[in-house]
Design a protein around this ligand. Structure first.
Ligand SMILES: Nc1ncnc2c1ncn2[C@@H]1O[C@H](COP(=O)(O)OP(=O)(O)O)[C@@H](O)[C@H]1O
Ligand SMILES: N[C@@H](CCC(=O)OP(=O)(O)O)C(=O)O
Length: 377
C-alpha cells in the first residue's frame, strides 16, 4: 500500500479501552504513554492529530469503589465522571512533557443533531488543530442518556473524522485488523489487508467485543469504516500494541487492514454527512414511483412527485422520504413547511408559478439510501 508520505495530513486516531487497560481492566499508564509518544512523532512530522479516546469508565471505576468494571448505566456514568478527568490528566502530562498541548472535547449526540452546534464544534476543532493542539474527544458519558448516546467511540470517531475533513481515520484496537471471522473463536480466520467495499460477508464476519472492556466489537468498527468511506475518508484498523503502528499506518506500511473508499462511493460533503448521520428527521413525505426513481438518481424532488405529507415540520427541516410501499428511500431538507407541502403536493412546476422554490427538496440537500450502504443515525 503506497501512500504519499510528503503531504502533511489531518489524522483522526481512535483508541479503544482495550488498548489502554491492564489485564485487570484499569488504565495502564505504560500503554497510554507509549501511544502518546507515537502520536508525538506524527506531530513532529507536521501532521495534525485528533484523538478519540475511550477509557473514562476504565480509569474511574476503582475509585468509585467497584472491584470490576461496572455494568449498570448509572455506575458506568459515575465511573466516567471520575475517570475522564484522570484520563485527561495522564494524556495532558505526557503531551506537555513533549512540548505539546492537549484539549478535551466531550460530545453528546444532540451536540451534532443541531446544525449550529455541529458547525460550532467544527469551527472550534479547526482552531485547535490549526494551532497545533491535540484535541482529545470522548462521548460525554456522564450526562448522556442511553437513547441519545453515540453508543460507541468507533462510529463517533468516523463522524468526527467527517466533521473535520480528515485525510485518514486510524482505529487502534487489541486485534491486528479485520479477519474473515473473529480470530478469538476461529483460529483459521485470515487477516484482510485491503478492503475497498464492505460486502455482506464482511458484515457477517464482524462480531462482538473480544474483551470485557470493549464496547462495540468489530461490528461497530465496520459501521465506523462505512461512515468514513461514505465521507471519502480512508481508514486503517490495527493493533495498538504493535511497535510504531501509528507512523506505519500513516505511510501505508503497517500490518492491519486498510479500508480504501472505492470510486463509486458517494463521498458525502459535510452538509450531507449532517443530514445522513446527525439530523433528527421531523416528518415524512411519500413520493410517487417516478419521483422515487429520481431520488435514486440523486435528482431534486419537485412537489409534483409528492403524494402524502405527515408530521409537523418547518421549512428547512429534515424529512424522511418514503416510497408508496412505505420503504424509506432517503432523507432531505424540505424547502417548504408541512403545511405548505400539503397544499402544493402533486402540482406541476407551472401551476406552482411564483409560490416558492421549484424544488421541494434540492438535490444538494438530499441523501439517497440506495447509494449509501451505511447505518443512518
Ligand atoms: N471479524 C473480526 N475480525 C477481527 N476481530 C473481531 C472480528 N469479529 C469480532 N472481533 C473481536 O473484536 C474485538 C475488538 O473490538 P473491541 O473489543 O470492542 O475493542 P476496542 O476496545 O478496541 O474498541 C477483537 O478483540 C476481536 O475479538
Ligand atoms: N466512552 C466510553 C467508551 C465507549 C467505547 O466505545 O469503548 P471502546 O469500545 O473501548 O472504544 C469510555 O470512555 O469509557
Amino acid at each position: 500500500m503506497i501512500i504519499n508520505e510528503s503531504k502533511n495530513k489531518r489524522i483522526v486516531i481512535k483508541i479503544g479501552s482495550s488498548s489502554l487497560t491492564s489485564r485487570l481492566g484499569d488504565i495502564s499508564r505504560h500503554k497510554l504513554e507509549r501511544l502518546v509518544d507515537e502520536i508525538v512523532k506524527l506531530k513532529d512530522d507536521g501532521h495534525e492529530v485528533l484523538l478519540v479516546s475511550s477509557g473514562a469508565v476504565a480509569a474511574g471505576y476503582r475509585r468509585l469503589g467497584c472491584l470490576n468494571r461496572p455494568t449498570s448505566l448509572a455506575e458506568k456514568q459515575a465511573a466516567a465522571s471520575i475517570g475522564q478527568g484522570l484520563l485527561m490528566e495522564s494524556y495532558s502530562e505526557r503531551f506537555i512533557s513533549h512540548g505539546y498541548t492537549a484539549s478535551q472535547i466531550l460530545i453528546t449526540r444532540s451536540d451534532f443533531s443541531d446544525r449550529d452546534r455541529y458547525h460550532n464544534a467544527r469551527n472550534t476543532i479547526n482552531v485547535l488543530l490549526d494551532r497545533g493542539i491535540i484535541p482529545i474527544v470522548n462521548e460525554n458519558d456522564t450526562v448522556t442518556v442511553e437513547r441519545l448516546k453515540f453508543g460507541d467511540n468507533d462510529t463517533l470517531s468516523a463522524k468526527v473524522a467527517g466533521l473535520v475533513d480528515a485525510d485518514q481515520l486510524i482505529i487502534l484496537s487489541d486485534i491486528d485488523g479485520l479477519y474473515t471471522d473473529d480470530p478469538r473463536k476461529n483460529p483459521d480466520a485470515k487477516l484482510l489487508t485491503k478492503v475497498s467495499e464492505i460486502t455482506p460477508e464482511i458484515e457477517e464476519s464482524a462480531g462482538e467485543p473480544g474483551s470485557a472492556v470493549g464496547t462495540g466489537g468489530m461490528r461497530s468498527k465496520i459501521d465506523a469504516v462505512k461512515i468514513a468511506m461514505a465521507s471519502g475518508i480512508s481508514s486503517f484498523l490495527g493493533n495498538a500494541t504493535s511497535p510504531d503502528i501509528i507512523h506505519k499506518a500513516v505511510i501505508g506500511k503497517a500490518r492491519g487492514t486498510y479500508f480504501v473508499p472505492g470510486k463509486n462511493e458517494f463521498n458525502l460533503d459535510t452538509k450531507r454527512q449532517w443530514i445522513a448521520f446527525h439530523s433528527g428527521p421531523e416528518g415524512e413525505i411519500v413520493v410517487s414511483n417516478k419521483a422515487k426513481q429520481g431520488i435514486d438518481e440523486l435528482k431534486s424532488l419537485y412537489p409534483t412527485g409528492i403524494r402524502y405529507v405527515s408530521g409537523h415540520f418547518k421549512k428547512g427541516s429534515v424529512v424522511r422520504i418514503k416510497d408508496l410501499d412505505g420503504n424509506e428511500v432517503g432523507l432531505g431538507v424540505s424547502n417548504y413547511s408541512s403545511k405548505q407541502l400539503i397544499k402544493i403536493k402533486g402540482i406541476s412546476r407551472d401551476e406552482l408559478a411564483d409560490a416558492g422554490p421549484e424544488e421541494a427538496i434540492n438535490n444538494k440537500d438530499l441523501v439517497c439510501h440506495t447509494r449509501l450502504a451505511v447505518p443512518i443515525h
